[in-house]
Design a protein around this ligand. Structure first.
Ligand code: AMP
Length: 430
């Protein structure tokens, strides 16, 4: 029979990787809790119009990267390409986004974009993101950026570089957009086909193009900072001041733009040095018009998303040790299985990470396997042990044997206790 393969750009997460995922997620949860954000879980599918309306019809995502399909009743649905639009929708529906009330939310889950897969770029990938809805003050910007930096730091990415910029707002951006489009038109013969298309529809993206020719031309393009209105300029200056106060290192990158239309004012991105072309590990920005655009009150908002696969790639060399089992229980014959099963269940109840081996291997091969598992203790139960009512507990770290009573469930919890005192951690629910 022909093997069925997984879908291109959709990856499995197998043990070792999944343990690293869980480890990173735990670190992120701890930071998000310290900042007092509440977790929100939204479905992976939304009505297509949610993304079309919020991200902008002319963005790469909406134009060519969304997984869109008709439900059986004809409703057009899309697998979410990002988290913010869905979080805003859900917050509005749950009554969390209201005047006089600030919603601080975070999410974790898979996102879907039909991009060309390469290192660090998948079609299904995972993001952890945070959103603050209902604050337009620069302190909110500084806190969200600091949260992003602290999240990455908790994952071991202290060295990643934070770039920030202001994109202006509805008052000043149109004039900048026009200036940029005019500059692009004056150099249209050097621009790539993609950028020519962007000229009229989304000229800000000219700054984002990776083509060598475009980059060279855009190096002299007008900068948004020379077009900011006074309120945007003051806002950005205050964000910079507060980031310095928080001791967060950053670099102002006047050419930083973001892929989505809804961003205004503060935009930011964090780059990791060791990732090659896809080097952004996280990014975000302010989206003050989005809540109203989605039918809610005129509330400001700001947020970011971190790409978990990229965090894992960037920290791959960090020497993460997946947890090894603590105890390997080895019934040396089928007669020993009942005692082994009972003992293993008791140890697992206490939260110890245990392996239970198939019955009937030789001591030698069982010990080889215990070595390979890197367990601390091998518990051998054979004919002798059954007769004596005592298991052999081999401490592989100290190369010492103990003979301990097997009766663990009623009057003699000696073995369990001894394993505990010898240093098996176990969980807290014992
Ligand atoms: P964005 O929503 O495009 O700002 O992306 C936020 C973060 O998600 C990026 O900085 C990346 O770390 C990650 N990311 C975005 N697109 C992909 C992708 N196709 N594959 C893997 N990670 C991605």
């Amino acid at each position: 029979m022909k093997t069925i393969h997984g879908v291109k750009g959709f990856h499995d997460v197998v043990p070792q990787q999944s343990e690293r995922f869980t480890d990173i997620e735990g670190r992120l949860r701890a930071v998000l809790a310290a900042y007092n954000y509440g977790e929100i879980r939204t479905p992976i599918a939304e009505r297509t119009e949610l993304f079309a309306r919020s991200l902008g019809e002319t963005t790469d995502i909406v134009e060519k990267e969304m997984y869109t399909f008709d439900d059986r009743d004809g409703t057009s649905l899309t697998l979410r390409p990002e988290g913010t639009a869905a979080v805003v929708r859900a917050a509005l529906e749950a009554g969390l986004a209201q005047r006089e009330q600030v919603a601080k939310l975070w999410y974790l889950g898979p996102m879907f974009r039909r991009e060309r897969p390469q290192k660090g770029r998948l079609r299904q990938f995972h993001q952890v993101g945070a959103e603050v809805i209902g604050r337009d003050d620069p302190l909110a910007d500084a806190e969200v950026v600091t949260l992003l930096v602290d999240c990455l730091r908790a994952c071991g990415l202290e060295a990643a570089e934070l770039l920030i910029n202001s994109l202006g707002d509805a008052a000043c951006r149109p004039a900048y957009r026009a200036a940029l489009a005019a500059y692009g038109r004056a150099h249209v013969d050097v621009l790539c086909a993609n950028c020519r298309q962007r000229l009229d529809r989304n000229p800000l993206r000219l700054l984002d193009c990776k083509e060598e020719g475009c980059r060279r031309v855009m190096a002299d393009a007008p900068l948004v900072r020379d077009h900011l209105c006074d309120p945007c300029r003051a806002h950005f200056a205050e964000v910079e001041r507060l980031l310095r106060a928080a001791e967060v290192p950053f670099r102002v990158e006047p050419r930083l733009v973001r892929g989505l239309d809804y961003y205004v004012r503060t935009a930011f991105e964090v780059l990791a040095g060791n990732l090659g072309a896809q080097n952004a590990v996280g990014g975000g920005g302010r989206y003050d018009g989005l809540v109203a655009e989605l039918g809610g009150p005129p509330l400001a908002g700001i947020g970011f998303a971190i790409g978990l696969e990229r965090v894992l790639l960037a920290t791959a060399a960090s020497g993460f040790q997946p947890p090894a089992p603590e105890v390997d229980v080895i019934p040396l014959s089928t007669a020993a299985t009942a005692a082994a099963v009972r003992l293993t269940r008791r140890l697992r109840d206490l939260g110890m990470r245990c392996e239970l081996e198939a019955a009937g291997r030789s001591v030698k091969s069982a010990m080889r396997r215990a070595d390979k598992l890197a367990v601390r203790f091998a518990v051998l139960i054979g004919e002798d042990e059954l007769r004596a009512g005592r298991a052999t507990v081999r401490d592989l770290r100290r190369q010492a044997d103990h003979r301990l009573a097997l009766a663990v469930d009623d009057d003699g919890p000696e073995l369990v206790e001894t394993l505990r005192t010898l240093g098996v951690a176990g969980g807290s629910h014992g």
